[in-house]
Design a binder for this molecule. Structure first.
Ligand code: CO
Length: 151
């Protein structure tokens, strides 16, 4: 089910999100709805607070695959890249953001099993952007040259 994407100005986007502790049907429903919502919006990522639920879960849809990261933590990072970013919660804008070139992430899947993954390039950028959402940070807090774009 497609959920409404919360827009900037809503306080839920500024919350420090709570860890996921129950890997149950309620979580699966949230994650399935987030996937439907992200696919419909054709974005590269979506964090749970963007559908109004302040818990630590994000989705990333990139060349490398479609990922659900529950309770994700960046444990190491390397290098630097500068490039354009937008956000489904900040419609019609884009800006240039500096991010690490490579990040190592530890996370859980929807069953609570633990994994780690290394992301590079745009994948790393998407991971960093989505993880910021879990701490109430928007890319516009970090971006230079925020400008209007056609959607
Ligand atoms: Co965003």
């Amino acid at each position: 089910m497609i959920r409404e994407i919360v827009q900037v100005g809503d306080p839920v986007l500024r919350e420090k999100c709570k860890p996921v502790t129950r890997f149950d049907g309620e979580l699966y429903k949230l994650l399935d709805d987030m996937k439907d919502t992200l696919k419909a919006a054709e974005g590269a990522g979506l964090a749970a607070p963007q559908v109004g639920v302040p818990v630590r879960a994000v989705h990333v849809d990139v060349e490398e695959g479609y990922f659900e990261f529950i309770n994700p933590v960046i444990v190491s990072q390397k290098g630097e890249q500068s490039g354009p970013e937008g956000c489904l919660s900040v419609r019609g804008k884009a800006g240039i953001v500096v991010r690490p070139e490579k990040v190592k992430l530890v996370f859980q899947d929807r069953h609570g099993d633990k994994y780690s993954i290394v992301a590079r390039g745009f994948f790393a950028r998407a991971v960093c952007h989505e993880l910021d959402h879990l701490d109430g940070v928007l890319y516009t807090d970090k971006a230079a040259d925020i400008h209007d774009v056609d959607e």
